[in-house]
Write a protein that binds this ligand. Structure first.
Ligand code: BV8
Ligand code: ZN
Length: 240
């Protein structure tokens, strides 16, 4: 912990990748559970089965019920001390890029300004017909699936499995990882690509990589320091 606090002070450019684990202490269910290994299930479905264009084409109502349920949970969630610690760190560091896989918007709510949302936002809806995108925070939604003024069906403004990440966002994330001299990997099982590839990119570009998680992940062996614990507890200690 002491060494990492030193690295944080010395770093001139810091990049951070967060996953569902940083929102766990805000009461937002993770996808693949924590150390307990309880997979984040909903009605016995796994994220990989519902978060796909195929699932939505087959049963838009079922997929929207899942998102409407998550939106209602997230609407009640408050940022936790881990979110606030990252927002405070951004204000202090020379160069600080927060890259997140999360779609809950809690980093922005905690005051983080420069957030790269690799997988979109659960609060954005996009029309399948006219492609118009709009923010809609109503929970529950008045009708499922929601409809656009043009008559088209609206989909969640998130990146599903099999879909490309927004290219500008991905390019900015890759650049931040390459240019970082300190890379923090926080609360992610590191199984989803290309997001999980950012830590190895940072490492091969000369960055020190620190992981914060309650359990080891597939990347834990190839990094410089593994801090075991809850991000809501460790981050405030690190950033103090
Ligand atoms: C793409 C948005 C190509 C929607 C999500 C085989 C091998 C490798 C890759 C693939 C493969 N088969 C398919 C692929 C590609 C696929 C992929 O990676 N699949 C995985 C499952 C193997 N990737 C894609 O499809 C991506 N697109 O590749 O496109 C392409 C290119 C060009 C043109 C066309 C196509 C798109 C991936 C994005 C999918 N969308 N979400 C939504 O949210 O509904 S992914 C989803 O998983 C979330 O975004 C989530 O963030 C992400 C990763 O999960 P985590 O955030 O890590 O959360 P998880 O629950 O897994 O883990 C929680 C962690 O927190 C745990 O480690 C736990 O220990 C820890 N924790 C818990 N509590 C705490 C804690 N840590 C600290 N403190 C705590 N308190
Ligand atoms: Zn439309």
């Amino acid at each position: 912990m002491q060494a990492v606090r030193e690295w944080l002070r010395e770093a001139s450019s810091i990049a951070v990748l967060t996953g569902a684990g940083v929102s766990a202490e805000s009461g937002v269910p993770t996808f693949r559970g924590g150390a307990a290994g309880t997979p984040g299930l909903w009605k016995q479905y796994r994220a990989e089965e519902l978060a796909t264009p195929g699932a939505f084409a087959r049963d838009p109502k079922l997929v929207w019920e899942w998102y409407d349920w998550r939106r209602s949970l997230i609407a009640e969630a408050k940022p936790n001390p881990g979110h606030y610690a990252l927002a405070a760190a951004e204000a202090r560091a020379a160069k600080f890029t927060l890259i997140t896989q999360n779609v809950d918007g809690l980093h922005e709510l905690a005051g983080s300004r420069n957030v790269l949302r690799l997988h979109g936002s659960i609060w954005m809806l996009r029309c399948l017909e006219c492609q118009r995108e709009r923010e809609d925070r109503r929970t529950p939604l008045p009708e499922i699936p929601p409809r656009c003024e043009c008559g088209g069906t609206l989909r969640p403004g998130v990146v599903w499995f099999g879909e490309a990440l927004p290219s500008k966002v991905w390019q900015d994330a890759e650049k931040a990882a390459r240019e970082a001299d300190l890379f923090l990997l926080i609360g992610t099982s590191a199984v989803v690509y290309p997001a999980a590839g950012l830590a190895p990119i940072a490492k091969s570009s000369g960055a020190r990589v620190v992981e914060i998680n309650i359990a080891e992940t597939g990347l834990s062996d190839g990094i410089d320091e593994f801090l075991q614990g809850k991000s809501g507890e460790l981050l405030p200690q690190l950033m103090a």
